[in-house]
Design a binder for this molecule. Structure first.
Ligand code: GLY
Ligand code: MN
Ligand code: MN
Length: 430
């Protein structure tokens, strides 16, 4: 993590807080799989954003005073027991130097020490429900201060939601962050290509899942979210994660899988034929989704809203389904009554960053350079849908790319992964 990046983030946070405020951030708790076996640790995204450190049992305070930014970390060096069981980690002096903190204090008993830093402040910016002990401590202080006049004058009078600021900061990515998303995208693309090459009738969805995961792990990355590998009608379950069915000849397989790099997610979906060749019906549906996706991406630029992008995909999908006589009414009537939701029931995309569904508001938000989004329309014709001819049933297709908004338009960060039918068929045949 480069220091200038962290310092920029701290400066930006302080600039957004009213004068005489302090932000208190808590690391994510350890998460146990069962008994004493832990799940892989994932830092809270806001904490990772402000500190760059992926460890539990940390507390960070950030504030500005006389034009200087202070970032105080509460952390303990590892004990002899930890060294025996888990191994070495950076010591506090290394952390102080590498991550640009102003001071480091022991985590043990940190809540009492916290008071020294916050007692004359007006407002605390904090995220509750992350650290129960900290919540309890703050609640106690508030209750004590309302009963005790001397403390009352010292303890901050207002509590505000930290995410109201961090979500604004995190929405626009720096070059450093964009580079990490690009790295994650590059490895994700390799994973998808591998799945296309390895696909054949008779293997199981989890085998393709494993091929993808192998590529991610070989590149020192992990999944940004649980992979979706849905053959045939399983593709119609939007967040299908069982991945335990057999892949059948003449079916499609939808793969929504991507890696994360240093906490930054990519998010890619491709849908391709299990046997490498699209059928006529699959081709017709595929080309509608592809047109919707490409036209929506073309439209993405500064000043545009999510609703406008969604409107484009809906129009193309609805007119395509009318053309194929899957929908039979007038286009405006279908759109107004949302009849298309039988086939396209999710939004066109979302913010992408430290979280795969990243922070940020959607309504009336204008795109700005540095924002990263996904564009991912789909058509899903469930096998149980008796309102359409049988030949269309069980086809589920989504195409998803990651798009950076630039000054003059956009850059598709996942453009190196094939998505035209003939290109997909070529990769599948290798
Ligand atoms: N991978 C989840 C999504 O595409 O939103
Ligand atoms: Mn997505
Ligand atoms: Mn996805």
């Amino acid at each position: 993590m480069i220091l200038s990046e962290l310092n920029n983030r701290r400066r930006a946070l302080v600039a957004e807080m009213p004068i005489n405020s302090v932000a208190i951030l808590s690391s994510a708790n350890r998460n146990y799989r069962s008994r004493d076996v832990e799940n892989p640790y994932r830092q809270d995204s806001d904490f990772l954003y402000m500190t760059g450190i992926s460890e539990p049992d940390l507390l960070n305070i950030i504030y500005g005073e006389n034009g200087k930014i202070f970032s105080i970390l509460f952390r303990d060096n590892n004990t002899e027991q930890e060294k025996i069981w888990i191994g070495e980690r950076l010591n506090n002096s290394q952390i102080l130097e590498n991550y640009g903190f102003t001071e480091i204090h022991s985590y043990e008993g940190c809540h009492k020490k916290l008071l020294d830093f916050i007692k004359n402040k007006e407002t605390i910016y904090i995220e509750t429900s992350l650290n129960k002990e900290l919540d309890k401590f703050i609640a106690n202080q508030i209750s004590n201060s309302s009963q005790n006049n001397r403390l009352n004058s010292l303890f901050p009078k207002k509590i505000a939601a930290l995410h109201s600021i961090t979500q604004k900061l995190r929405l626009v990515k720096s070059d450093y962050e964009i580079n990490l998303i690009k790295k994650a995208a590059k490895v994700s693309i390799k994973g998808h290509e591998q799945a296309m090459k390895k696909s054949k009738p008779g293997i199981y969805e989890y085998e393709l899942d494993a091929e993808i995961r192998y590529i991610f792990n070989k590149n020192n990355m992990d999944c940004a979210y649980m992979s979706i590998v849905g053959g045939g009608n399983n593709a119609c379950t939007l967040h299908y994660i069982n991945n335990n069915d057999i892949l059948k000849d003449k079916n499609l397989v939808l793969i929504d899988a991507a890696a994360e790099c240093e906490g930054y997610a990519s998010d890619i979906t491709r849908t391709f034929p299990v046997n490498g060749k699209f059928t006529e019906e699959q081709s017709k549906i595929y080309d509608i989704v592809l047109e919707a996706q490409e036209k929506a991406i073309e439209f993405v630029k500064p000043g545009v809203t999510w609703d406008q992008v969604h409107e484009i995909t809906i129009k193309i999908i609805v007119s395509g389904l009318i053309r194929l006589e899957i929908l039979s009414r007038d286009i405006d009537e279908i759109i107004d009554s949302e009849l298309y939701k039988d086939f396209f029931m999710h939004k066109t995309g979302h913010w992408l960053g430290l979280d795969v569904h990243d922070v940020g508001t959607y309504e009336n938000k204008l795109f700005e350079p540095g924002m990263v989004i996904t564009v991912e329309p789909g058509i899903y014709i469930d096998s149980s849908n008796k309102n359409v001819l049988e030949k269309w049933r069980g086809i589920g297709i989504r195409i998803e790319d990651d798009v950076l908004i630039t000054k003059n338009g956009n850059e598709v960060l996942t453009k190196d992964l094939v998505k035209k039918r003939n290109e997909i068929e070529t990769v599948c045949s290798h």
